[in-house]
Design a protein around this ligand. Structure first.
Ligand SMILES: [Mn+2]
Length: 338
């Protein structure tokens, strides 16, 4: 790896103020590593060590690097999985926070450098923002951020290289102990068999990267709503019991449908907007995981990852009732629930 890839891995701030050639160096090293060891469309993830999962980070490299440090505090390191949407600062807040100009650039370079360096332990899945050349996202800001930082002709070239690398990342992950990891949701019903998945299949991308549970469906003009019955059928078909996903912040930190779908986000963007906080989900290294009740959820308070109760929403099909537990517990336990 280049000096710059080393530097950005130890400190995502390393690229701030550096010339465009520094980012280019990092991305070249990442491209070589991905070429030597291409990612599969579905990442099969062993369950020999605990897995730390981040949700949508949208350029929040301080939270992401804190999550990485937490996963790598042990020897051997625990696995780290990103659920996508590493870029795009300004989804719901304009203007971009002045404190984090270029956050998407530093966050993406940092994560890609790690995935290139230790692909056994750092696995980045794609979000809809990492598929924006195939299924466009309104007003994507990675290019805007690059233009703010680098000369015009460099910015477009760097954006193209970032997108090339994103398009080589897996669309989803499956742990040996039965957790399906994905940005948005389920594949279309005629595409449940991962052996048939192709990264160029737009209907598959739409299902996995853009979909939402029906209880929080908003019309994004793309993606579709799925319910508890489809979740059960899909999970049964792939030998899993739980989905951990990001994408829709409405239920961040809460689990739907008898603990079968947990949504998390890992960005100060959502913390400022009041949606769940900066979250990290730990999948234990036991032989089977049957429910989100077995996931340990933590929230970043600026200096530590504090245990946080997972709120379990009703299992029923039909209209949503009140959550079975709410709030910020002081005790470090995962909620039981009914
Ligand atoms: Mn998303």
């Amino acid at each position: 790896m280049s000096d710059w890839a080393d530097q950005v891995r130890s400190d995502p701030k390393a690229l701030i103020g550096a010339p465009a050639s520094a980012v280019r160096d990092v991305l070249e090293e990442v491209a070589e590593a991905f070429g030597r060891r291409p990612w599969p469309v579905l990442a099969e993830i062993p369950s020999d060590v605990p897995l730390q999962v981040i949700g949508d980070s949208h350029g929040d490299w301080p939270s992401v690097s804190a999550a990485m440090a937490f996963a790598r505090r042990a020897t051997p390191p625990q696995r780290f999985v990103g659920l996508g949407d590493y870029i795009h600062r300004a989804t719901r807040a304009e203007p971009d926070p002045a404190a984090l100009p270029g956050g998407s650039v530093w966050n993406a370079a940092y994560l890609l450098a790690w995935a290139a360096y230790d692909p056994d332990h750092v696995i980045l899945l794609r979000g809809n923002h990492e598929a924006s050349r195939q299924l466009p996202v309104p007003g994507p800001t990675l290019l805007r951020e690059l233009r703010r930082i680098y000369p015009r002709e460099e910015a477009l070239r760097l954006w193209d290289r970032f997108m090339d690398l994103f398009e080589r990342l897996p669309l989803a992950g499956r742990t040996a102990n039965g957790v399906f990891l994905v940005h948005g949701g389920l594949p279309p019903p005629d595409r449940y068999d991962p052996a048939q998945w192709k990264a160029t299949d737009l209907a598959l991308l739409e299902g996995l990267l853009w979909s939402d549970p029906d209880v929080e469906y908003e019309d994004r003009a793309i993606g579709f709503a799925y319910g508890p019955r489809e979740v059960r059928e899909f999970l049964n078909s792939i030998g899993c019991r739980v989905i951990i996903r990001g994408h829709g912040p409405i239920h961040s930190g809460r689990a739907l449908w008898n603990g079968s779908v947990l949504t998390i986000h890992t960005s100060d963007l959502f913390l400022r907007l009041g949606d769940g906080g900066i979250l990290l989900a730990e999948v234990p290294n036991r032989s089977r995981v049957e429910s989100a009740r077995e996931i340990t959820l933590r929230a970043w308070d600026g200096s530590t990852w504090r245990p946080r109760t997972i709120t379990l929403l009703p299992s029923g099909e039909g209209p949503m009732g009140p959550p079975s537990s709410v709030g910020f517990p002081s005790s470090p336990t995962v909620a039981g629930g009914p």
